[in-house]
Design a protein around this ligand. Structure first.
Ligand code: DC
Length: 233
């Protein structure tokens, strides 16, 4: 039963969502949910099963799959039908297909239900994605929309690639981010958009520590207002 806050963070790829959401969840002892990893895992399943383009098959694969996400020691581990796919779901083929898979309305409905049910069983959650502040939890206690310019986002992603030993040029990454931004923001079903009451933070030139502390301050105010006890570790 949910006793803590729901902190919802949306924004485009590379805007700093994952880094700040993870740190925040750690500081508060809350559950961290990366909803992008869920769409990525289903995209990987679709690729493996030659199901791209067959929406019904993709939804069925998602419905029966066993998806486990665990966040420990600053690392998110994603297990799909018992297999560790944490790195695999960040590879180029998944990057290139995930926005199209994410357009499938019936898939979104299924994953949104899972996201709500996971959060409701937690004792407080930091959830990040594209439609968390608008569709999944429009009444979240804290609603944040992160932005950053495309060059900075591409540089951050390139650095992550290098750290993981993957190969991709800044231009390739920049093109993929721009294409995904366009598809994610223009789809009919729950597009990436800023909720009217979300707080916008431009992370282009601020540090991770500053991002986290800005969101943490909002969380503290929300907790005070609602009489929820917030422990900061
Ligand atoms: O956060 P990410 O870049 O790992 O997300 C991968 C894709 O998943 C993103 O391009 C769009 C989709 N997505 C979505 O449609 N809705 C969400 N709540 C999260 C991600």
């Amino acid at each position: 039963m949910l006793k803590g806050l729901i902190i919802a963070i949306d924004g485009p790829a590379g805007s700093g969502k994952s880094t700040s959401a993870k740190l925040l969840a750690q500081k508060l002892g809350y559950l961290y949910i990366d909803t992008g990893a869920m769409y990525r895992a289903v995209t990987y399943l679709a690729i493996e099963n030659n199901a791209l383009g067959n929406d019904e098959q993709i939804v069925e694969l998602a419905r029966v799959c066993d998806l486990e996400m665990n966040y420990k020691n600053t690392k998110l581990s994603v297990k799909l039908n018992g297999k560790d796919v944490s790195s695999r779901i960040r590879e180029t083929d998944v990057n290139e297909q995930v926005s199209d898979v994410s357009k499938i309305g019936a898939l979104r409905k299924l994953l949104v239900e899972k996201q709500r049910s996971i959060a409701e069983k937690s004792s407080g959650v930091v959830m990040e994605g594209r439609d968390i502040t608008t569709v999944v939890f429009p009444n979240a206690d804290v609603k944040i929309f992160l932005t950053a310019n495309l060059n900075e986002r591409a540089n951050r992603r390139t650095k992550e690639y290098v750290e993981h030993g993957s190969m991709a040029s800044v231009n390739q990454i920049k093109n993929n981010l721009a294409t995904r931004d366009k598809i994610d923001s223009s789809r009919d079903d729950s597009p990436l958009t800023k909720a009217n009451d979300a707080i916008v933070i431009d992370t282009t030139s601020i540090t991770i520590e500053d991002q986290v502390s800005l969101i943490l301050n909002k969380a503290k105010s929300a907790a005070r207002e609602k009489g929820i006890e917030l422990k900061v570790y």
